[in-house]
Write a protein that binds this ligand. Structure first.
Ligand code: CA
Length: 230
């Protein structure tokens, strides 16, 4: 699955290493040393995926990810954060900012490629393009749009897939592991608590409409989409 990947990394040696490795695996790579250069690249052509360093001179990777998520044009472009810090708290912050995954430096080329493939696969259209509708919530896989009581809901690519899966498999409890299989696909490097982060983001996006109540936690088991009260 060759893709155009934008690498935003201010350390030239690391940037070159990543770029060489990705090109060897058939990807087109564009690079930027800071968020200004990255913005120019994105304005010129929208990449399929962005590898975004956490610590950058000027605007940080976190703030940049937030900006990309707020812009309709870049809202659904998958982002993988690169971080030199190992603390769990930072990883969760990275995901809550709108990143789809994070990877801690130093990482192996194999791990990076696996994460990229997993995120790209997630971004692919679902097997069914049929409109899904339940209790005022409408999801259109073809146009990638979600509305709650006719008002648009902004979802990142992972939340979109998660909601699509839950809506097409309602009234059943799905464990975190099952959700990773169904929504994330290749999840060898993804921790189960990542599911909780994305569920939280999905609920936050639905909160204004009150329809977040359909996304229910089943204690000790996992999650369920249900129109009934839990
Ligand atoms: Ca850096």
């Amino acid at each position: 699955m060759p893709a155009t990947i934008l690498v935003v990394e201010d350390e030239p040696a690391i940037q070159a290493l990543i770029a060489t490795n990705l090109r060897r695996h058939g990807h087109d790579v564009v690079t930027a040393l800071d968020t200004e250069a990255a913005t120019r690249q994105i304005n010129a052509a929208l990449p399929d995926l962005i590898l975004l360093d956490w610590m950058l001179p000027g605007m940080s990777g976190i703030d940049f990810a937030r900006r990309l998520r707020a812009d309709p044009r870049t809202r659904t472009v998958p982002i993988i954060m690169l971080t030199a810090r190992g603390e769990e708290r930072d990883k969760v912050t990275g995901l809550e900012t709108g990143a789809d995954d994070y990877i801690t430096k130093p990482f192996s080329p194999r791990e990076l490629l696996a994460r990229i493939q997993a995120v790209l696969r997630r971004g692919k259209p679902q097997a069914t393009e049929d409109m899904v509708e339940a209790g005022g919530l409408k999801l259109d896989p073809a146009s990638h749009r979600v509305t709650a009581d006719s008002k648009p809901v902004n979802l990142g690519p992972t939340e979109f897939r998660l909601l699509h899966f839950l809506m097409t498999h309602p009234e059943r409890v799905h464990s975190r592991d099952q959700l990773l299989d169904q929504v994330w696909g290749d999840h060898v490097f993804v921790e189960e608590r990542t599911v909780d982060v994305h569920i939280r983001r999905l609920r936050a996006a639905l909160e204004a409409s009150g329809l977040d109540r359909f996304v229910q936690t089943v204690r000790g088991s996992g999650y369920r989409f249900s129109l009934e009260n839990s």
